[in-house]
Write a protein that binds this ligand. Structure first.
Ligand code: TRP
Length: 468
């Protein structure tokens, strides 16, 4: 057994603390805001099925790999990859994978904070009774008025980024562990209440079929890439967030069991959000392809008409803010850990600078919903004709950087790391370990490569050549 390292940043107080932090990172806007709207933009059931397959075949094995690497390296992803590469006889260049992760996290944090700002704004809209008895048109107008005003969006974005900076500055242990413990069950309960409401909306089965009937004629190559990218996004994979959380994990915790529990919980929350939202979409004559405003245009209709809706609505948006908060801190952590390790900054200073940088980039997303809403920088590229700066940042980070990061993490953990090291660190049963290693070495990388090649238009000609 190799001598065990310890992290200079500390360690989770228990297995439970890690579970809460990792599930808190995974469950966020990705589940409740992003999953429904991209499902609606990509045709429903077939997209959902593809996403579920990606979670099982790529997400779970890569998550185990990330936690395993983090715990073995016990440093920020950049330094972990450098240390482990040296130890396992790999190239020094693996540390650039850590850099790619810092870049992806920085981009995601920049717009994540803007959307979390919408959720903050909606806490106050719900609490003031603005949704009571409102028609779908009025709800729509409330959303339109919010995003049309760059100053307001900037204010909420600033507040959320400040909240993120404060928690990361204090270290993950204090305060946050307790908040997540209460937040997650409460969020589940409210989602169940909303699904119950949707059941009585008259269109529950329409929503259900939309989510679960797979019509593959509606799935495009780009849709498959988006499903894959979202599997990474929703599980916080591909950029080192879960790796850095793994670096604070006590040695005796079982990585396999923790991973499966987190992935299942995360998926359940996303599917519940879909079941709550799509019936309302059909019942109120909205389009599933409404875009990033989907959640904000549907759920308030329910809050406006159910008994106790003002209270439930307020609580729901508070929980959504919490869910976003426990996610955003993990986006910043890899960069902060690296700044502390290599530049001997204090945590406070490191996160303040990281936060300011992400806040500045976030302004581009703020403007994408108003002043720049007609500005499509890549309009000449087919498929990108109407993509705003916000859309492009999300596409780049979620659908290019995260899958690429995931591919490289799988290759590193599966091919560079020795069998002895990964087996020791994972401590799975023999069969479990063999399955994990096979999927990580072959299935996950091939799946990611195929999705990329398919998008580049390489698969169809190849298929014709081999006569399939
Ligand atoms: N998983 C979070 C969500 O679904 C977002 C998130 C947090 C994330 N950390 C990440 C996404 C790291 C990608 C990488 O809302």
């Amino acid at each position: 057994m190799t001598a065990q390292r310890t992290s200079i940043h500390g360690q989770w107080s228990s297995r439970m603390a890690f579970m809460l932090a990792a599930a808190g990172s995974a469950i966020g806007l990705g589940n409740i805001w992003k999953f429904p709207y991209i499902t609606g933009q990509n045709g429903g059931g077939a997209f959902v099925l593809t996403y579920l397959v990606c979670i099982a075949l790529v997400g779970i094995p890569v998550m185990m790999a990330e936690i395993m690497l983090g715990r073995r390296g016990r440093q920020s992803p950049i330094n972990t990859l450098r240390t482990l590469a040296a130890e396992e006889g790999g190239s020094r260049r693996w540390q650039y994978l850590g850099w790619g992760g810092v870049l992806a996290g920085f981009i995601i944090l920049s717009y994540y904070s803007v959307i979390a700002g919408w959720a903050l704004a909606y806490v106050f809209r719900a609490a003031s009774g603005m949704f009571v008895a409102a028609s779908p048109e009025q709800i729509n107008a409330i959303f339109a008025a919010l995003v049309a005003d760059p100053e307001r969006l900037l204010a909420w974005h600033t507040l959320f980024m400040a909240m993120t900076v404060i928690v990361v500055a204090r270290g993950v242990r204090s305060g946050l562990e307790r908040a997540v413990k209460f937040m997650m069950p409460a969020l589940l309960i409210i989602l169940l209440v909303l699904v119950g409401y949707a059941m009585n909306s008259g269109k529950f089965m329409d929503g259900y079929h939309y989510l679960f009937d797979a019509d593959f004629s509606r799935l495009t190559g780009k849709g498959i890439l988006i499903a894959l990218g979202h599997a990474f996004f929703t599980l916080s994979l591909g950029m080192g967030a879960i790796m850095v959380y793994g670096s604070y994990l006590p040695q005796q915790v079982s990585i396999g069991r923790a991973t499966v529990a987190i992935a299942v919980l995360d998926t359940v929350v996303a599917l519940l959000a879909g079941l709550a939202i799509f019936p309302l979409v059909f019942a109120s004559g909205l389009s599933p392809a409404e875009g990033p405003g989907l959640v904000f245009k549907t759920l308030p209709i329910a809050f406006g008409h159910m008994p106790g809706g003002t209270l439930f609505g307020t609580l729901f948006f508070i929980l959504l803010v919490f869910a976003a908060w426990t996610s955003s801190i993990s986006l910043a952590e890899p960069a902060v850990a690296w700044l502390v390790e290599n530049h001997h900054m204090t945590r406070v200073k490191a996160v303040t600078w990281s936060g300011i940088a992400a806040w500045l980039l976030g302004i581009a997303s703020v403007l994408s919903f108003n002043r720049w809403s007609g500005f499509a920088p890549l309009a000449v590229v087919p498929g990108f004709e109407t993509k705003t700066v916000f859309d492009l940042l999300d596409f780049l980070a979620s659908n290019i950087l995260l899958p690429l990061g995931g591919l490289l993490i799988a290759l590193f953990a599966g091919w560079v790391m020795s069998r002895a090291s990964s087996a020791e660190e994972l401590a799975l049963g023999n069969l479990g370990y063999r399955i994990w290693r096979f999927v990580l070495r072959y299935v996950a990388p091939l799946a990611i490569l195929l999705v990329f090649l398919n998008l580049l238009g390489v698969i169809d000609p190849l298929r014709r050549i081999v006569g399939l």
